[in-house]
Structures are given as C-alpha cells and as structure tokens.
Ligand binder design. Structure first.
Ligand code: TYD
Ligand code: MG
Length: 454
C-alpha cells in the first residue's frame, strides 16, 4: 500500500509527505504540522463508539416562498443579483485593484439606503472622509449610508450586531483581521477566517453582507478564490484599464442564473449603467475592414453583439505568434488546427492576433465560427458584408453545431440593423426574425461559400 501523506497545512489544508517551514500550496509559514489522526483521508481515525445527537430532518416537499428581494434600482446590478438583493445572503465582489469595485459598491449602497434599506459601508482601505468626498463627487452626498473605517473584525461584528442593518459592505476582505488568527491581514488564513465570520454572521443575524476582494497576482496575499465556496453569490467586476466599459459578471449565484452580466461605463461622475451593450460595443466600428466580424453572442439571459478583430501577418520569427485578448488562447489554437486539417488552410509562418473589441471577454463556444470568419477574412484580405453577424460552434471534425438561443441572437441583430446572419444548419427550427439566413453544416462549406476557396 502507498504511504499516505502525514503532514498538512492548517491554513489551506494541503497534504504533504514531509514537513517544511513554508507551505508550497498557499505560501504560509509555520502552518505545516504532522497529522494527529482525526482528519479526513486514508489515515483518518474512525469516529469510535461515542455517539452524536440526532439532527432534525425536514421534508423536501415543504412549500417555501421564494426569497423576498430588495431592488437597488440599478437595473444592471439587480439583474446580475438575480432580481435584487436577497436578505441574509453573502456576496463576494472580486476584481483587479482600481477597476471600480469601491465606486460600484458606494453607488449601490447609496441606492439601497435611499430605498429604505439600512446600509453600513465599512472601509478598511480609506478614511471615512475620503469615502465621503468620493460620495460627494458622485452626487451621493445626501444618501443615508452609515460609514465606518476600521479593520478589526471583532469590533466591526459587534457594531453590526448592535446596529442591525439590512446590508453591510466590507471593503475589502483583505484588509480585515481577526485577533484569533496569528498571521497578517491578507494572508490565506486571515482572509478565510474573516470571510467565515462574516458569512455565518449574515446567516445568523439576517444581514446581507457584501465582501470586496482584490484579485491579486499569485503571491503573499490571498485572492477572492479562497472564499468563493463560502458565499452565496460571486460577482466579478472586469474590464480593461484603458477602456471605459466595465462588466459585472455572476460566476456563481445560489439565488439566480450564473453567467448573467451587467454592463457599466466608467465616467467622470462614477459608473453609468449601459442598457444597450450591443450598441455600445459596436459604436467604435468603422467601415467594414478585413479581419473584422460581428459575433451575435449570449451573455447570461441577454444577447450581446460584439466585434471580433483578427490580424494575420507573415512572421519574422521561427515560432509564429498567437496573441488573444478577450478569448481563450487554447480555443484559438483549436480553430487554427481545424482550419488547417479540415479545410487545408495553413497558418504556419503567419502571426495571428485576435481581439474582442471594447474590453469584452467571451467564453461561449458559439464564438468559434465568428473567430474562424475573422481569421479567414484577415488571411484572405477580404471583408465580410457590413450587415452580417456570425455565430456557431465548430467541432474537431469541422462540423458546425447549432448555438443555443438562436432566435434571441437573431432578434438582437435585427434590432441593431443587421440584415443577414451566417449560422449552423440543423437543430430545431427557428424563425428568421426578419433576417436573411445563410445556414451551413460544415466549415469547408462555409469557407467555400463565404471566401470562394476550399
Ligand atoms: P475604485 O472604485 O477605487 O477601484 P477599486 O475599489 O476596484 O480598487 O476606482 C478607482 C478608479 O476609478 C480610479 O482609477 C479612478 C476611477 N474613477 C473614475 O474614473 N470616475 C469616478 O467617478 C470615480 C469615483 C473613480
Ligand atoms: Mg477600493
């Protein structure tokens, strides 16, 4: 029998076969100790003869009303939350430093407070005066939000318990510290313990808690991933620094659909809601040029059109470059391989750049065909008609697979003035929504028809 690991890290739970001073998994010091027996794993001790007490069971069929929700009146935020804030829920808002998390949550706090929900905003990063100044700049100076600037979680929890707000915002979880944990604020064990205290407090006292978490480069400071499993809802605030668009994305939601997005624009007066993201993402599009293709995508429950841009150029290097912004690099390699193997179109000796315009990130496989179209259009130096959208998944055999919610994609494209769509054949029948449909069953047919080559 293989020897089972007999050392584990008290901060992250990783197992090791030998002791060391620093945990390789989470980077904490002095957290590795020899397992004494009562742990999970092959070497775990059995529970023995001592019995626990019985726990109450309830019936699955019991009727439970859906949770009441409080809307913030920021439609983009409410949708991402699944229709509003659920009482006693714990929400994590993660994102790069400087992306706009504090701005978003200050605006949300003001909206909730104005709607009558008692709201407390605890900043561990800025003094109350700084937060107040920001609020004034955002035109929120009159909102009845209570402010605190502290990092001692014991004091914060005592205050929250006494004040009994409906919503507490903790900005950020990395600055909070508990005196029961030895390590420094921001370490894995502090972040985890603080998040645990706050989420159990939310459930016990019926207070909704929002935790702000900075995404950090792997290193000493623990990122939001460490607490994702503890909270009900995980939202990520994304965007490119140089762009004004910001996307709030639900990656986990116990009370609503995941992958829902809310779109905002960072302006001089804070975050403005973008109610028609397709129009915004396409607003910078000029005359049709080779390599530019409009993809009709779905984000959560909502159709979103955006522009894919490709550039293909002979490489001066022995290893051609493959650079992707806003899409998956592995998926790009796959599309290039399928184009080469199934359609005989090589990209060897060519640098390939792919960009999703506007700082949008796409993860849908339905973007495959639009990516292939952009690559071919760039390679052949031939632009697609300006009024055409493209979508569909490509399989390794070169066959095209129908994309979900085809009708919604077509409807959105039609609404924005597009007249035709290139999409996969098959699947269930759908109405053309007033569009001219160009349906294809495989990639070779697509290449032949659209670019007149095989
Ligand atoms: P912030 O909310 O502090 O980011 P985070 O909490 O995620 O670290 O936002 C910081 C950036 O937002 C900062 O670079 C300035 C910009 N900003 C605006 O452009 N307009 C505004 O009205 C505000 C408040 C901030
Ligand atoms: Mg901040």
């Amino acid at each position: 029998m293989a020897k089972s690991p007999s050392f584990s890290c008290s901060a992250c739970g990783a197992s090791f076969t030998k002791w060391s001073g620093r945990c390789d998994s989470c980077g904490e010091w002095n957290t590795i100790s020899e397992d004494t027996g009562l742990s999970v794993g092959p070497g775990a001790k059995s529970l023995g003869a001592k019995r626990g007490t019985g726990i109450a069971l309830s019936d699955l069929r019991t009727e439970e009303a859906p949770p009441p929700r409080t809307a913030s009146k920021m439609a983009e935020l409410d949708r991402v939350l699944g229709g509003g804030l659920v009482p006693a829920s714990a929400i994590l808002v993660g994102g790069d430093p400087g992306i706009g998390k504090s701005t978003l949550l200050l605006q949300a706090a003001a909206q909730f407070a104005r709607g009558g929900l008692k709201t407390i905003y605890v900043s561990g990063e800025e003094a109350s005066a700084q937060v107040r100044m920001r609020a004034q700049r955002l035109g929120l100076g009159d909102a009845p939000v209570q402010l605190a600037a502290d990092t001692n979680l014991r004091n914060i929890l005592t205050t929250l318990e006494a004040e009994a707000p409906g919503l507490a915002i903790i900005d950020s979880i990395q600055t909070m510290w508990l005196d029961t944990v030895d390590s420094a604020p921001g370490s894995v064990s502090q972040v985890r313990a603080a998040a645990h205290e706050l989420t159990t407090f939310a459930k016990r006292k019926g207070v909704s808690v929002v935790l702000v978490g900075h995404v950090t480069k792997e290193g000493q400071i623990a990122g939001p991933r460490v607490v994702e499993h503890m909270v009900d809802t995980v939202l990520y605030f994304e965007g490119e620094r140089g762009h004004q668009f910001r996307i709030l994305r639900a990656v986990k939601n116990r009370f609503g659909p995941a992958e829902e997005i809310g779109v905002f624009e960072m302006t001089g007066a804070g975050l403005a809601e973008v109610t028609n993201p397709s129009a915004l993402f396409l607003s910078e599009r000029g005359t049709p040029s080779p390599g530019s293709v409009v993809f009709a995508g779905i984000e959560g429950t909502r159709p979103v059109l955006c522009e894919l841009q490709a550039l293909v150029a002979p490489t001066p290097h022995s290893q051609p470059r493959r650079t992707v912004v806003g899409w998956d690099g592995g998926r790009l390699a796959m599309i290039l391989a399928v184009l080469e193997a199934r359609c005989g179109i090589p990209f060897a000796g060519l640098d390939v750049y792919l960009n999703v315009a506007g700082g949008m990130k796409i993860s849908e496989p339905a973007a495959d065909l639009a990516v292939a179209a952009a690559l071919l259009s760039a390679r052949e130096d031939s632009a697609l008609p300006a009024d055409t959208v493209v979508f569909g998944e490509i399989s390794l055999s070169g066959a095209l697979r129908p994309a979900p919610q085809t009708e919604n994609r077509l409807k959105e494209a039609q609404k924005l003035g597009f007249a035709s769509a290139i999409a996969p054949k098959g699947g269930k029948a759908y109405g053309s929504q007033g569009m001219t449909l160009n349906l294809m069953s495989d990639l070779t047919g697509f290449v032949g028809e659209v670019f007149g080559a095989g």
